[in-house]
Write a protein of this length. Sequence first.
Length: 131
Amino acid sequence: MNAKRAADIMTQPVVTVGPNALLTDAIELLLRHHVSGLPVVGNNGEMVGIITEHDILNFAISGNAADTRVEEAMTTEVIWMPPDTEVTAVINCLASRHLRRVPVVQGGKVVGIVSRRDILREMLFMYSKYH
């Protein structure tokens, strides 16, 4: 797996949401696409944050998802990787920071996302060659 890069295993296209969308819209996207987080992108496609199930659950305790914009609950300090990042570095980042996903960004725009599931899929593919 050492020779592989984030671009080789990332999921694309990425389901995204805008900062002005309602949290209920984000919840609908999460459920429809069976994902646990969505990059938040501005009008020009630039990543401005990420909204996760965790963010929404934390907000749900004290707010109203039907009247709240994504930008009010999203995480703005997003850890991301460029497409040429080695998969081992992505794995180390996910494990050491207890992340479920990391957006792959090029030129400020989200071009993919690597989740723990993408890593597991690659591992299964790699190990199936030996059985």
